[in-house]
Design a protein around this ligand. Structure first.
Ligand code: AGP
Length: 615
């Protein structure tokens, strides 16, 4: 996610802001920038790449110092990572300067309105639209900056945490928050701003956490006040005393990034749906797909290429697309696809899935597919990544940076995109009734809530994890939509606990794997299926009769499996096609707790890289 830093006080703001931005590097970013009022005007410096590059550029500049300033690390959502799109963003008059973390959903409508009013834009960002909207309101209504921000934000749809300064009133910073974090450090006659408290933790322990729908006009101590964005009414904030260590804060109180990212999944899914799923209108808007819908409609098959966990989301997509959109799908390991001289026709669709957008095998597979004339649709989490740029079109998951090597929130947000694509395609192909279409739309809109409920089994799972500490092998079984989840659960366990694990379709047991079963081989069975439920129960009984230990994931209130399994983890009920989002959560948590109990390096497991940019 983007990071915001600000300072207002007697010290030189630049070093404080730069140090603060470095503290926010853990959030992931692709560019950074600062703006400081130097006594006569706001001067800024920004660049694509790391903060060290920004510092090099600052060394060549003079007179960037002063007691008020803002800074930003950008995680691109609208517009490629480059110098122009980096923040801070100025208004047309160059009087207002703003940094922003979030997504303005209706920015293009506002942009068109501002263009009609004579505004022009240099960047592709929603942020530049926001700062010019504030300028437009400030001028049109002849109000001060604080009121202009409040009025402007009532015209905005989306999420934001912002800080804005005014050349004409360089003794205040206006901040506002909705959906993205922002906090204010209250010092002795100085104020600090941060996306979290890490930028200023050494200067003050007094912190105000801005709440959604709140705005603050920060001046010197006695003149700082807080308002509600909705009606400009005054509020009195709570000043909190900081206790957490720096390390804990970067992980927002979690022990590891992986656990933080597992818990971020409801928000990540919601952010991925934002601006795309409109339940009341029954619309799924995906511009990357809308622009090429005829290609999807005329395609004879879809080939999905990916690696690792992304390949597993592709496998789930095979069930979604074939069942819901009635289109043949093949799922290929990119590393195999690129070398086996595949049969790819010019009217084929290839979907490439990659969290990092830099996986060498997937990138090479895309180039091969394109050389055969296929249309490539990329699903990435990193804006402007190589795979995103190489693809003909695509959709970004808005999971935010995924720091833990073991992929979690990227996986569930990939499935969110794929599910929307399958339902959208089924509607466009006319292979689904209006009733069922709206049922799917409603189900999609509730995925984040069901994932949130699935997280509540964490304590039960932590207890169960103790049963695995002596295991050297594990079996994961699932049927239908949950077969890919069995594979994903096995991969999670392997890559962070180093316990060997295999995933299988449950019915495959009798074709060999059942020979493995004995009292030393724990088996995790995903048994939420309504279809073939009785067959899953008999698979469990076959294992039990051979002294195998069973850990079952069941739908809430399940009775039959509960009678035979040794341990049961309950998850919320859902339609079959939604179960993968829900059943993967306990498997993520189980692998996490086992790895922690075994003392493994959960976030940076041995031999692994977050992005495999080599063959
Ligand atoms: C998953 O937990 C692993 N880190 C790994 O399998 C990963 O999914 C794979 O390397 C693909 O990465 P990508 O999604 O960035 O292309």
């Amino acid at each position: 996610m983007c990071g915001i830093v600000g300072y207002l006080g007697e010290r030189d703001s630049l070093p404080i802001i730069l140090n603060g931005l470095k503290r926010l590097e853990y959030r992931g970013y692709d560019s950074s920038g600062v703006a400081v009022y130097n006594g006569s005007k706001i001067v800024s410096c920004k660049s694509k790449g790391k903060i060290s590059k920004l510092e090099k550029q600052l060394q060549k500049r003079k007179n960037i110092s002063g007691g008020i300033g803002i800074g930003h690390t950008r995680w691109a959502t609208h517009g490629e990572p480059n110098d122009v799109n980096a923040h801070p963003q100025f208004s047309n008059s160059k009087k207002l300067c703003l940094v922003h973390n979030g997504i303005i959903e209706n920015y293009s409508t506002i942009k068109q309105k501002l263009i009609k009013e004579g505004f022009s834009f240099d960047s592709e960002t929603d942020t530049e639209v926001l700062v010019n909207l504030i300028e437009y309101v400030k001028h049109k209504k002849s109000v001060k900056l604080g009121e202009a921000v409040q009025i402007a934000l009532n015209q905005v749809i989306g999420a934001y945490a912002l800080a804005v300064i005014d050349n004409e009133k360089p003794d205040e910073i206006v901040v506002a928050k909705l959906g993205s974090p922002l906090c204010i450090g209250i010092g002795e006659d100085e104020h600090f701003i941060g996306s979290d408290v890490t930028p200023f933790i050494e200067y003050t322990k007094n912190v105000v956490y801005l709440e959604d729908g709140e705005l603050a006009i920060i001046r010197n101590h006695k003149d700082t006040f807080f308002r509600k964005i909705s009606d400009n009414s005054l509020i009195s904030p709570t000043i909190n005393k900081l206790e957490l260590s720096l390390d804990k804060i970067e992980k927002q109180g979690f022990d590891h990034y992986m656990l933080k990212e597992i818990y971020e999944q409801p928000k990540a899914i919601k952010d991925t749906l934002r601006g795309r799923l409109n339940v009341s209108k029954g619309i799924i808007k995906m511009s990357g797909m809308d622009d090429y819908i005829n290609k999807f409609l005329s395609a004879k098959k879809i080939t999905i290429i990916a690696c690792g966990t992304s390949w597993h989301s592709g496998l789930v997509a095979e069930y979604m697309f074939e069942k819901i959109a009635r289109i043949p799908v093949e799922v290929e390991y990119a590393s195999e696809f690129r070398y086996r001289d595949p049969v790819i026709e010019s009217d084929d669709i290839v979907i490439a899935i990659s969290q990092s957008g830099e996986t060498a095998d997937t990138l090479a597979a895309i180039k091969l597919a394109k050389s055969r004339g296929a249309f490539v649709y990329g699903i990435c989490n990193v804006v402007g990544s190589s795979i995103a740029r190489e693809s003909d079109s695509g959709s970004y998951t808005h999971a935010g940076p995924e720091i833990g090597v073991a992929s979690t929130k990227a996986f569930t947000t990939q499935m969110t995109i794929l599910y929307m694509m399958a339902v959208k395609l089924s509607k466009s192909k006319g292979v689904i009734s209006e009733k069922l279409y709206h049922k799917y739309i409603l189900e999609i809109s509730n995925i984040d809530k069901k994932v949130h409920t699935a997280l509540s089994s964490n304590n039960v799972i932590k207890k169960i994890a103790k049963e695995f500490l002596k295991a050297t092998n594990c079996l994961y079984l699932g049927r239908g939509y949950n077969f890919p989840i069995a594979l994903e659960g096995a991969l999670k366990l392997k890559e962070i606990s180093y316990i060997h694990a295999e995933g299988y379709p449950a019915a495959e047991m009798k074709h060999g794997p059942i020979a493995l079963i004995d009292e030393n081989m724990p088996t995790i069975v995903i048994a939420t299926n309504k279809i073939n439920y009785d067959k899953i129960v008999s698979n469990i009984q076959e294992i039990k009769s051979r002294k195998g230990k069973i850990f079952a994931i069941v739908s809430k209130g399940d009775k039959e499996v509960k009678e035979v399994a040794d341990h049961v983890i309950e998850v919320p009920h859902s339609i079959e096609s939604i179960t993968p989002f829900i059943t993967v959560v306990p498997l993520q948590l189980l692998s996490y707790h086992i790895a922690v109990m075994l003392g493994k390096d959960v976030d940076q497991p041995r031999n692994l890289a977050k992005s495999v940019t080599v063959e």
